[in-house]
Write a protein of this length. Structure first.
Length: 232
C-alpha cells in the first residue's frame, strides 16, 4: 500500500501540537508512533489509528481523479469533500456530534475537566495523561479518556462505513454501542491478567450506585452508567 508521506508528516505534526497544548510537552515522533499501540486500545482501533495517521483510507481527494468514481469524494451526509477529520469531527449532518456528546456525558462524574476531542487529540490520545492540581497522575482517569476517545472515534468511522456501504441509516440506538464498547475494552485482561483495581479506578465516579456494587461487578455490564448520556 502506497502511503502519502507528506500527509503522514502533517498528521503527526497536528497530533504533537495538540499534545503540547494539553500536556505542556511535545512528544518525539518515536513516542507518538509507540502511543498508537497503547495497551488500552483495542486491536481494531490500533489498526484504524495507524491507517488514519498515514492517511491510508480511501476518502475525499483519493477519488477526485478516478473516472466514474468522483462522487465518492463527497460526504454521503452533507455533500462536502470528505476526509477523516471531516468524518470524525466536522460533518454537520452525521451523528458524530451525538457520539461525542454521549462520551462527554459519560465523563461528567469525573473531577478532571473533559478535553474536547479534535482531530489532533484523537490521533494523540494515547499520550494524554490526566494530572490533578497536586500534580498527581490519575491513571484511571487517563485510561478512561483513552478508551472513550478511541472507541468513540472508531464507532463514528464504523457507522459511516455502514451508511456508505450498506446504506444503513445511523440512529441513536446504533450510537448506544458506545457504552458496551467502552466496557468491553476496559475489562479486557492485559497480558492474560485483569487488573481489577485499575479497572475500578477507570470507572470510579462514573458507575451507578458505586458504593453498593456487588463483589463481582466487573462481570455485570449493567453497572455502567453511560446512562447519564441517555443510554439506559
Amino acid at each position: 500500500m502506497a502511503l502519502d508521506r507528506r500527509a503522514t508528516r502533517t498528521n503527526v505534526g497536528r497530533a504533537k501540537y495538540m499534545i503540547n497544548e494539553t500536556q505542556g510537552i511535545e512528544p518525539s515522533n518515536r513516542l507518538f508512533w509507540k502511543s498508537l499501540r497503547h495497551k488500552d486500545f483495542s486491536r481494531k482501533y490500533r489498526y484504524f489509528i495507524w491507517m488514519t495517521a498515514h492517511n491510508g483510507y480511501k476518502t475525499g481527494d483519493y477519488w477526485t481523479n478516478i473516472t466514474n468514481f468522483e462522487h465518492r469524494a463527497n460526504c454521503v451526509f452533507c455533500g462536502e469533500t470528505e476526509s477523516m477529520e471531516h468524518i470524525l469531527t466536522e460533518c454537520e449532518k452525521s451523528n458524530h456530534k451525538l457520539i461525542w456528546s454521549l462520551t462527554e456525558a459519560l465523563w461528567q462524574g469525573k473531577t478532571m475537566e473533559w478535553i474536547n476531542p479534535c482531530f489532533g487529540t484523537i490521533l494523540g490520545c494515547g499520550l494524554i495523561k490526566m494530572i490533578n492540581d497536586e500534580g498527581k497522575h490519575l491513571a484511571g482517569d487517563s485510561r478512561l479518556f483513552r478508551i472513550m476517545v478511541s472507541e468513540s472515534a472508531y464507532l463514528i468511522w464504523k457507522l459511516r462505513c455502514e451508511a456508505v456501504i450498506q446504506g444503513k441509516e445511523i440512529s441513536k440506538i446504533e450510537a448506544n454501542r458506545l457504552e458496551l464498547n467502552c466496557l468491553l475494552a476496559s475489562t479486557k485482561p492485559t497480558k492474560g491478567r485483569l487488573d481489577k483495581r485499575l479497572v475500578k479506578n477507570t470507572w470510579l465516579e462514573v458507575l451507578r450506585e458505586q458504593d453498593n456494587l456487588p463483589e463481582e461487578w466487573l462481570g455485570e455490564g449493567g453497572v455502567l452508567v453511560g446512562i447519564r448520556a441517555g443510554m439506559g
